[in-house]
Design a protein around this ligand. Structure first.
Ligand code: KE4
Length: 426
């Protein structure tokens, strides 16, 4: 028995399914999840001493690579000053100013402790601001596990085939309308049918929870136009894409400005952080300025702020996104050639350094087409890669991520392993 198997058996005695987040349990691919001992740069090591080149990046945050020396040093210094005070600190102001400077939609930003918390808070503010209750989301988009959003969610919910989670009362989702991603006509139809009732439309501007699906040309701009015409709050959930696809996220890349932006992952530099921000008019609804209540014991805590500040400062340095773009393009273009050479029906998508290989001939443009993927072929692909020391997400419906720490050697080793993995999948 491997140590991961031993630890997994023990973990299941104390933790539901042995994990603190379902997708980590490897249920979609079978087998035993690897218990990770440590990580450095582009590598992670499991408790059996196996080394892997990591393309999960803790589901997105680790864009610099793991344990970046500047982040570690800053955390060492910060922890000597105490871990949390429950009082204002200059660190919160520094991270907030970095976010305001980077994100066109954000004039005021509130820190929270997860992406879920950022989204549920943003929905509350949007409903208060518009005095409307109905929200629109997109099938296959995942915005965390807040009750009203667990409707045809992506990520683990898709992996588990639980489009609607038990435990969510019907009246919690009665106000949630769902449209297919990239289908502007469907959204316009909902807006007509529910005219004057829709508080907000929330979208992952680059879908990252049903695999990676870029927005169709005109989709985001069309949502912006519709929301402006109907006085609907447009929320970009940039928990993944924020600071991933560019310094100004997807809103900068596609030049479409939402009313509220939700962030997480990268802005915490590997510590628990979420944030939501928007223009002054909307954000002033929030206590203590306005009446919308939202709070958090550890919101803006010094350690998470420190890791986030150091991460963003490093990302702001010249050429980081050009380097990520160039290397991600090389990896994915080469992988596509390999898949074609072995006759593996795959459809590749990529935006910046987030990407996906769907095991279907495609095209993949929304949840329905993503679900055409052959998850059995994906399972064979996953396990072949893992045995070759390449660690990708244990689900077809997640994103792959490249970091600034991945070396040329990492990419060449990965491409060699992909030859075997695509053969195993086909
Ligand atoms: P958290 O509550 O997990 O910090 O963030 C929720 C969330 C919100 N919005 C988007 C676009 C997200 O992708 C997420 C969380 N992403 C998943 C991975 N696809 C987290 C991994 C997990 O659930 O363990």
């Amino acid at each position: 028995m491997t140590r991961s198997e031993e630890h997994f058996r023990e973990a299941q005695q104390y933790i539901p399914g042995g994990v603190n987040s379902p997708v980590r349990a490897f249920r979609a691919v079978g087998g035993t999840p690897r218990f990770i001992q440590r990580a450095q740069g582009s590598k992670i090591w499991d408790v059996d001493g196996n080394e892997y080149i990591d393309y999960v990046a803790s589901w997105g945050p680790m864009i610099l690579g793991h344990a970046h020396p500047r982040v570690v040093a800053a955390l060492h210094q910060a922890v000597e000053q105490g871990t949390t005070y429950g009082a204002p600190t200059t660190l919160e102001v520094e991270l907030a100013s970095l976010i305001v400077g980077a994100m066109p939609s954000v004039e005021l930003v509130r820190m929270v402790n997860s992406g879920t918390e950022a989204v549920l808070s943003a929905l509350r503010v949007a409903r208060a601001f518009t005095k409307r209750d109905t929200i629109v989301k997109f099938e296959g988009c995942y915005h965390g596990h807040a009750d009203g959003l667990l409707v045809k969610a992506g990520s683990g919910a898709t992996t588990f085939g639980i489009p609607d989670s038990p435990g969510v009362p019907d009246n919690y989702t009665r106000n949630t309308l769902v449209a297919p991603f990239n289908d502007l006509g469907a959204v316009r139809k909902l807006a007509r049918e529910h005219s004057g009732q829709i508080a907000c439309i929330i979208v992952e501007p680059v879908a990252g929870n049903m695999g990676v699906i870029p927005p169709a040309d005109g989709f985001l701009g069309g949502l912006r136009k519709l929301c402006t015409e109907e006085a609907i709050v447009l929320i970009f959930d940039e928990v993944i894409s924020g600071f991933r696809v560019g310094w100004s996220g997807a809103q900068g890349l596609y030049d479409v400005t939402p009313d509220i932006t939700c962030l997480g992952k990268i802005i915490g530099g590997g510590l628990p952080v979420g944030a939501f921000g928007g223009n002054q008019e909307i954000m002033q609804e929030l206590a203590p300025l306005g009446a919308v209540y939202q709070a958090g014991t550890l919101s803006g805590n010094p350690l998470a702020m420190t890791a986030g500040i150091e991460t963003l400062k490093l990302l702001r340095e010249q050429g980081t996104y050009d380097r990520l773009e160039e290397r991600s393009s090389y990896l994915c273009t080469s992988a596509e050639k390999i898949a074609r050479s072995v006759g593996s029906p795959t459809f590749f998508t990529r935006v910046g350094s987030m990407f996906c290989a769907f095991f279907t001939s495609g095209p993949v443009v929304d949840y329905a087409s993503a679900k055409q993927s052959d998850t059995e072929a994906f399972r064979r692909y996953f396990w072949t890669l893992l045995e070759e020391g390449i660690y990708v997400a244990p689900s077809q419906f997640e994103a792959g991520f490249l970091s600034l720490a991945h070396t040329d050697e990492d990419l060449e080793r990965t491409l060699a392993a992909l030859h075997k993995a695509f053969r195993a999948a086909s």
